[in-house]
Design a protein around this ligand. Sequence first.
Ligand SMILES: Cc1cc2nc3c(=O)[nH]c(=O)nc-3n(C[C@H](O)[C@H](O)[C@H](O)COP(=O)(O)OP(=O)(O)OC[C@H]3O[C@@H](n4cnc5c(N)ncnc54)[C@H](O)[C@@H]3O)c2cc1C
Ligand code: FES
Length: 245
Amino acid sequence: MKDQTFTIKSNERVADGIYRMTLNGDASQIVRGGQFVDITVPGKFLRRPLAAMDWSGDSLTVVYKTVGKGTAQMSELKAGAELNVLLPLGNGFDASKCREKALVVSGGLGASPVYGLVKDLLARGREVKLIMGFNSAGDAVLVEDYKKLGVDVTVVTMDGSIGMKGLVTDAIRELQPQHDFFYTCGPKVMMKAVCDMLPGPGQASLEERMGCGCGICYGCTCHTKKGPRRVCADGPVFDKEDIIW
Ligand SMILES: Cc1cc2nc3c(=O)[nH]c(=O)nc-3n(C[C@H](O)[C@H](O)[C@H](O)COP(=O)(O)OP(=O)(O)OC[C@H]3O[C@@H](n4cnc5c(N)ncnc54)[C@H](O)[C@@H]3O)c2cc1C
Ligand code: FES
């Protein structure tokens, strides 16, 4: 884990209240989708944890929603500004658990942490079915990015403004996608519903408020069937059978 300075290359609004920021800096230590970085927003004491959506040796992309003061401030930063970033953090999704066919289910901004996972699965020659759930067309992000990867994508919206109308669970029920392992990221209630309805093995990425972000303060502890675990250091990705919802 390293603390380093990244320079903003671009910071663009991509949907209602949602921004995509690409930064230049050494991201070579990120190895799995679902890992995250902790960004210092100038003037704010606690860092802001954001999933690494995409990365290469010298580039990192995060996709974030403006929910409070820190992310609002981030959305005003321009290309050329510098940010201190702690990375890589967390375990990330384990693509090796899928033998042949993966089902990936995202909800809202859960579409961002699974992007690296989907690339990893495709690189391993796995077949990927992606179901992306959003409230409406206005907050649908990354759909085109996934289509460019050549993934079989089904979009579901609560109001039916794009894709199927309904919940991701409705799409799973209707499509019955074949898979030997599933991965999910999104609102807790959605991930629980997905884990409850799919009988096979899977992984879900949990979210907790964080202090240090790197395993020291125990501020992000959650209870699992294996005992207490730190979401930042032992997770954020956990096997379905270990999670206590
Ligand atoms: C592992 C992980 C990955 C995440 N990845 C993403 C992502 O890719 N895109 C995205 O938009 N959001 C992501 N989040 C949520 C994101 O961290 C919060 O939305 C963000 O920290 C809010 O900051 P704020 O200053 O705008 O809000 P404020 O409410 O002003 O923040 C006050 C404090 O609470 C913390 N906080 C507030 N909401 C959350 C939250 N939901 N989770 C954790 N800490 C929170 C902030 O970090 C800050 O320390 C992730 C959270 C975790 C734990
Ligand atoms: S946030 Fe400090 S241990 Fe997880």
